[in-house]
Design a protein. Structure first.
Length: 288
C-alpha cells in the first residue's frame, strides 16, 4: 500500500472496513500458497492492487448500484401510482390505465436495457481521479448515495411524477377534438398518452442520472424508445386488429392521437417532472 500521502494508515483501515462491510474476500497469492486465493472472491499477485479494487472498481460499483436502486424504485412507483390516481375516476374498479401489452413490456423491454447500460458503464470520474483523490471514497462509507433520506426523496418524487403524468394527459384529452372535428376524449387515447408520457419521462430521467455516456448507453436508451413506438404502431394498426380481434382493442388509437393538435404539448408539459440532477452535478458539485 503506498504511503506517499498523509493519512495513508487511516485510509488503509477504511479500505479494510469497506471490505468487511461488503463481505468481499480478497486473496493475495504468495509464498503461503494458493489456499487464500482459491477461497476468495478476488485474488491479486500484489497487495498494492487492492488500492485500485477499492478506489476505482469498488467505488464505481457502489455508485452504479445506488443509481440502479433509485431509478428502479422511481420508474416502478411512478408506473404504479398512476393507477392509484386513476382509481378516483374509475371507482377503484379493476380497469387499468395502460394497455395490457404496455404493462407486459414495460419492464421486460422498454426500460430494462437503459438501466442495464448505466449499471455496467456509468462512472462519475475516471480511474485516474479516483486514485489521485482517495477522499472520493468517503461518501460511499457514509452511505450518502442511497439511504433512508434518499429513498424518501425517491418516493416523493415518484408521487409527484405520477400526479403530473396522470393529470396532464387527463386535462389534455378531456373534451378535446382533432383537426377534423372528431372527438379523441376516450379511454384508449388517454391510456396511450399516459403511457407514452411515462416512458419519455423515465427515459429522460435515465439520461439525467447517467454521468458517463457510451455508445452502448445511447443505443440502449434511444433504441428502447424506438422499439416502443414501433411496437405501439404495430399493435394499434388496422392489420393487427383484423388478425387478432380480441387481443388488440386499441386499433387506430396511435393514428388518432397523432392527429390531435394538443398531443405535441404533452411532452413539453410532462418534461418538468425530470429532476435537475444533471444540471445539479455541474452547478453544485460535491462529494455527496
Amino acid at each position: 500500500m503506498p504511503t506517499s500521502f498523509p493519512g495513508s494508515h487511516s485510509l488503509l483501515r477504511a479500505f479494510l472496513f469497506g471490505l468487511l462491510a461488503a463481505h468481499i474476500g480478497v486473496g493475495i497469492s504468495g509464498q503461503e500458497g494458493m489456499q487464500a486465493v482459491m477461497s476468495s472472491d478476488f485474488s491479486f499477485a500484489q497487495f498494492r492492487y487492492l488500492q485500485r479494487l477499492l478506489l476505482v472498481h469498488g467505488r464505481w460499483s457502489y455508485i452504479r448500484m445506488c443509481k440502479f436502486l433509485s431509478y428502479f424504485f422511481y420508474k416502478n412507483f411512478a408506473f404504479t401510482l398512476v393507477h392509484f390516481w386513476f382509481g378516483f375516476f374509475s371507482g377503484f374498479s379493476a380497469q387499468t390505465v395502460y394497455d395490457e401489452w404496455f404493462i407486459t413490456l414495460y419492464n421486460m423491454v422498454y426500460t430494462c436495457l437503459p438501466v442495464l447500460g448505466m449499471s455496467l458503464f456509468d462512472q462519475d470520474v475516471d480511474d485516474r481521479w479516483s486514485l489521485q483523490f482517495p477522499q472520493l471514497y468517503v461518501p460511499g462509507q457514509q452511505n450518502l448515495y442511497f439511504n433512508k433520506k434518499e429513498f424518501a426523496k425517491c418516493i416523493l418524487y415518484s408521487i409527484y411524477s405520477s400526479l403530473v403524468l396522470f393529470l396532464v394527459p387527463y386535462g389534455t384529452t378531456f373534451d378535446s377534438v382533432r383537426n377534423d372535428g372528431r372527438n379523441v376524449a376516450d379511454y384508449q387515447s388517454f391510456a396511450l398518452m399516459v403511457q407514452t408520457c411515462l416512458l419519455i419521462v423515465v427515459s429522460v430521467q435515465m439520461g439525467l442520472d447517467t454521468a458517463y455516456w457510451t455508445a452502448v448507453n445511447q443505443l440502449f436508451l434511444w433504441g428502447s424508445l424506438a422499439i416502443y413506438f414501433v411496437i405501439t404502431f404495430t399493435l394499434y394498426s388496422d392489420g393487427t386488429y383484423q388478425i387478432f380481434t380480441s387481443s388488440f382493442p386499441f386499433v387506430g388509437r396511435f393514428r388518432s392521437c397523432k392527429e390531435s393538435p394538443s398531443v405535441p404539448s404533452l411532452g413539453e408539459a410532462a418534461l418538468p417532472v425530470g429532476r435537475g440532477s444533471g444540471a445539479g452535478r455541474v452547478t453544485f458539485p460535491g462529494l455527496g
